[in-house]
Design a protein. Structure first.
Length: 344
């Protein structure tokens, strides 16, 4: 499951968190492998702006599902503080913790942390170097343009060695190749055709050899994952009716911060129910219709991992849980075998 925890009309924040715990419980009960949580700030798209806090609570309410911030926006953190939090979370989750890294897609969110768009990428790269070193050695020792640490001990180490598995959301061939050389798991919500080029490049790069000291040396079978927003109901008509009404709230949450700043570039990313269904990033329908769509996406893309966003916008908790149950009963059993045979 991939999640934004976006605001829901007429639902208090505390109630929304409790509803999410119920939904994630249903996801775990259904046999889902992992829960991915996005990080956002100053926007109704993400009303759980600290993934660490939410996942710490979730670690005590779940027993099997992997917990994955997707992604930590590294320019907005002290690498020292984040290394300590990751170590804590890995122990709280008893080795079920993994984490994604990124620089953040919204300049409007980064503005609140004083991060200019032109420095976000080098800050992310430098922060990750410092963070990874701290996780592996128990000491953060880094001297760079943006961060300076002189052998400061973190005291605790992660439960998983040498570090919890790392994820990335690549957007260019260069970042796909970097992920592949480091056995980094990847996740994308792009079209199946475009992701197929990423998957081919990922596997061909790995065949050429890994970096001498890869980020994930303990990950022998990396995930190359496709992400979709999903809603399943007993019939196509009911699914479309409920999802269309709920999706307008999600699009509002997705675009609000951008629009408040007079920026409508975001409209090409989320533009409305029919358009986003046509683009394939929103999959709505009966179990048969959803299965046909997602099976085609997996076949075309070559993905060996799939995330579904099951709770968003104005969807009620009851409808989200029913969607998860229908997906688990009728869709996942048919798709899983095709993904296990799609490795390059």
């Amino acid at each position: 499951m991939f999640d934004w925890i976006d605001a829901r009309p007429d639902t208090a924040i505390g109630e929304l968190y409790e509803d999410r715990f119920r939904i994630i419980g249903a996801v775990e009960q259904a046999g889902c492998a992992a829960y991915h949580l996005a990080e956002h700030h100053s926007t109704p798209l993400g009303v759980a702006p600290s993934p660490s806090v939410f996942l710490a609570a979730l670690s005590q309410r779940t027993a099997r599902i992997n917990l994955i911030p997707s992604v930590y926006l590294l320019p907005m953190y002290s690498p020292f503080r984040l290394a300590e939090e990751i170590c804590m979370l890995d122990h709280l989750a008893r080795g079920r913790f993994q984490f994604g890294i990124g620089r953040g897609a919204s300049k409007w969110e980064a503005k609140g942390y004083g991060v200019a768009p032109d420095v976000a990428k080098p800050m992310m790269e430098e922060a990750f170097d410092a963070l990874l070193g701290a996780l592996r050695t128990g000491v953060i020792d880094h001297h760079g343009e943006h961060y300076d640490f002189d052998r400061i001990p973190t005291v605790i180490r992660p439960l998983q060695s040498p570090n919890p598995p790392v994820w990335y959301a690549p957007g260019t061939p260069e970042t796909v190749a970097w992920s592949a050389r480091n056995s980094i798991n990847i996740l994308s919500n792009t079209t199946a055709d475009k992701f197929a080029t990423f998957v081919d490049l990922y596997h061909s790069t790995r065949r050429d050899g890994l970096d001498p000291n890869p980020v994930n040396p303990h990950v022998d079978d990396p995930r190359v994952g496709l992400s979709r927003q999903v809603f399943v109901a007993p019939t196509d008509g009911e699914a479309i009716e409920l999802a269309r009404a709920a999706y307008s709230s999600f699009v509002h949450n997705f675009t609000t911060l951008w629009h408040q700043n007079g920026d409508h570039g975001v409209d090409r990313i989320r533009s409305g129910f029919e358009a986003d269904c046509d683009r394939g990033i929103l999959v709505v329908g009966s179990p048969g219709r959803v299965l046909d769509t997602l099976a085609r996406d997996v076949e075309v893309s070559g993905a060996n991992y799939l995330t579904g966003s099951f709770a968003w916008g104005g969807l009620s908790t009851a409808h989200a849980i029913r969607s998860i149950e229908l997906f688990a009963s009728h869709v996942a059993p048919e798709i899983t075998p095709s993904m296990t045979s799609s490795h390059g």
